[in-house]
Design a protein around this ligand. Structure first.
Ligand code: GCU
Length: 670
């Protein structure tokens, strides 16, 4: 086997009943065929029961008694959302209804998931109803895959989309689409946002045939294909001397390009754009705004129903570290807030969860509470770039829940981040959630078997933001490892404690960035201190942190009240973010009653102890988990334990040496 099925590896629940199951489908279609395939696999593997598909009809009354059935009822009149579904099961007769085929597919995956999670012994005696409308219109994965097969910030092998400048389509492509659809993903961008070299040429004859096939495979699972594009494509591909969005030739070039793309790939979704960021070209070169840049592309894709997803990760990456006035945290808001209301309706701004860059802890980006007339999408990262790179276990769902539940105080009744990106706050439909993907061609897809919980969890949460991190973890554990009480208990403890533990043994109190440059792995307290990236903690012998209050960089003022005041006052600022917003002396007493320095020492000892415990908890499961998976995870947890110790000692020693303050508890600081 070249790859696992992650959470779709079905274990037998019962083979007491061998009666066939009839699956009635009102129509045929690619998505429906996949839905039937899913039912066939699931009933075979869970119950050893055969499925017989009947197209174009419904069960006749006299058939009901004889056969159990699942009816897939496509009903465009149904008063539910486009991708919503309804399941009604009563004693062996199930009806799944939806407006669209995609809705039916989600219904089928939900039906199977519930059979497994509820451990339904006898399908013929099962009564169940569920109606669900996805929380977010767009539920997207962004892959940072390069065309040479490498993956930017990829921690699980190479790309399964590209190799040697070619697009790969094989068994894994289908398996990927199936896994993604099973958790409700409906949009995928396959190439890195940093579009260089041949990736610029993805939108050309050389690749259209393969892209069309890929789009059709994705389409058969309800997923739209997107591509990251190069804003300078009119120059690099089109031979123009400019990519100025206000130049008529440039507009014309993109219009023709869009027409050509949709001619070849009729179900294409649209463009993802990283512009004027970290060396990528963009409208700034021509003195144009991001609204002008995005709207020009939006005009080109509009006739085909296309979207332009425009990233807000725009900041000065050539900063002089001596400069204390420029604050990278301010950049997103400073660049995009003045443009609120100027973007076309088929443009969506894709905003990273925090103002910096996927650190283990950051405040929520103030753009969510600021923008009122602009479509917004939340960008998360399940590739664990700064959270252990899929070598450490770090279940991110508790963090994602905090971000979604964050109240922005934007002055509307529904004012959380979850409300805004779901479209509830401002009544928009072009919005949603996206995650930078954590997959690659490793046997287990995600490098660390436990990192698949982030893939599964992201999809489930994007589909239903009401789920808790524990509920998601519990579903995932059961479906991945099979049901066993001890497995449930220990893996749950590992997952739920992993993000807090990672935070404790890495960077304290909202500081972030204490990582080795370039690869961002392992401790280096000053790793980013004298560099050009604008990510400083400015620790000296007395104090640490950046003053972002009105007396400092003024970043706190980008928030709505009362947040601006809460963050600006060190007595009310949440402790876990205090060094993000304030510069504090080491003997400053935190709300917890501990000094800053003692907090640093204690949390690093605690975090490293917790990482060590994860290994013990896992080892208790030997024999209860399939050998290979057990071994793979054990190896990673051994590394994590050692590496957490390294983090603890490097960070604690650094602050001991710089502050000269002893640990109250007398533990070794080197
Ligand atoms: C981070 C990451 C880069 C990536 C960038 C982005 O800075 O390290 O590899 O290109 O984010 O989001 O565009």
């Amino acid at each position: 086997m070249e790859f696992t099925n992650c959470w779709l590896q079905y274990e037998k629940i019962s083979d007491a009943n061998h009666k066939d199951i009839k699956v009635y489908a009102t129509t045929e279609g690619n998505i429906i065929n996949n839905a039937i395939e899913e039912l066939t696999t699931a009933f075979d593997m869970l119950y050893n029961r055969r499925v017989e598909a009947v197209f174009g009809g419904e069960p006749k009354d006299n058939e009901n008694a004889a056969a159990s059935s699942v009816e897939l009822r496509l009903n465009p009149e149904l008063k539910l959302g486009k991708e919503a579904f309804r399941i009604d099961c009563d004693s062996g007769r199930c009806v799944v209804s939806a407006q669209t085929q995609a809705g039916l597919l989600y219904g089928v995956f939900a039906l199977i998931r519930n059979l497994r999670v509820q451990r339904v012994y006898d399908f013929d005696k099962w009564s169940f109803t569920l109606e669900q409308n996805p929380s977010n219109p767009i539920r997207m994965l962004d892959h940072w895959d390069n065309m040479d097969g490498s993956i930017e910030r990829g921690y699980s092998g190479n790309s399964f989309f590209f190799e040697k400048d070619e697009i790969i389509i094989n068994e894994r492509t289908y398996a990927y689409a199936r896994l993604a659809a099973s958790v409700g993903i409906n949009a995928v961008a396959i190439n890195n946002v940093n579009v260089r070299g041949m990736a610029t040429w993805l939108i050309s004859d050389k690749y259209y045939d393969k892209l069309r096939s890929l789009s059709e495979i994705f389409g058969s699972y309800g997923i739209k294909l997107y591509l990251s594009i190069n804003f300078a494509a009119p120059i690099e591909m089109g031979g123009l001397d400019t990519s100025d969005p206000c130049d008529e030739r440039v507009k014309e070039w993109w219009k023709n390009k869009a027409k050509e793309i949709w001619q070849h790939i009729p179900e294409f979704g649209g463009f993802l754009v990283k512009a004027d960021s970290e060396g990528r070209p963009g409208p700034f070169t021509y003195g144009r705004s991001h609204a002008e840049g995005a709207n020009m592309l939006a005009d080109a894709v509009r006739p085909f129903g296309g979207l332009v997803i425009w990233r807000c990760f725009v900041y000065n990456c050539q900063q002089d570290w001596r400069d204390q006035k420029t604050d990278r945290a301010r950049a997103g808001y400073d660049n995009f807030m003045p443009l609120d209301g100027m973007f076309a309706d088929n443009v969506i701004l894709q905003i990273k969860n925090g103002p910096m860059d996927f650190q283990v802890r950051e405040p929520v980006s103030p753009l969510f509470g600021g923008l009122k007339r602009t479509n917004a999408m939340l960008e998360l990262q399940i590739a664990q770039e700064y959270t252990g790179q899929q070598r450490h276990v770090c279940y991110l769902l508790p963090w994602f829940k905090e971000i979604l539940d964050f109240k922005t105080y934007c002055g509307r009744e529904h004012d959380t981040v979850a409300d805004i990106v779901a479209g509830r706050t401002y009544n928009n439909t072009n919005c949603g959630i996206v995650a930078v993907a954590n997959t690659g061609n490793d046997i287990n897809w995600t490098g660390h078997d436990l990192a698949a919980a982030n893939w599964y969890g992201f999809g489930r949460l994007a589909f239903d933001t009401g789920l808790s991190a524990e509920e998601i973890a519990s579903e995932w554990i059961m479906q991945t490892f099979g049901y066993n009480e001890k497995v449930m208990e220990n893996v749950m403890e590992i997952l739920m404690k992993s993000w807090p533990a990672y935070e404790k043994y890495t960077s304290p109190l909202g500081i972030g960035w204490m990582v080795k440059p370039n690869h961002h792995y392992g401790p280096d307290v000053d790793g980013y201190e004298y560099d050009r990236w604008g990510t400083y903690h400015r620790a000296n012998h007395k104090a640490i942190g950046v003053d972002r209050t009105p007396a400092g960089t003024g970043y706190t003022q980008q928030y709505n009240e009362p947040l601006a005041s809460i963050y600006a006052d060190k007595r009310t600022c949440p402790q876990e973010l205090i060094l993000f917003f304030h510069r504090l002396e080491y003997d400053y007493v935190l709300p917890s009653g501990k000094t800053v320095i003692q907090h640093i020492y204690d949390s690093h000892f605690e975090g490293a102890d917790e990482a060590a415990r994860f290994l013990d908890l896992w080892r208790e499961l030997e024999g209860l988990i399939e050998d290979e998976a057990f071994g793979r995870v054990e190896k990673r947890l051994i590394h994590q334990k050692e590496h957490a110790k390294e983090w603890r000692d490097v960070v604690n020693s650094y602050f001991y040496r710089i502050s000269g303050i002893e640990d109250e508890k007398g533990r070794p600081l080197y």
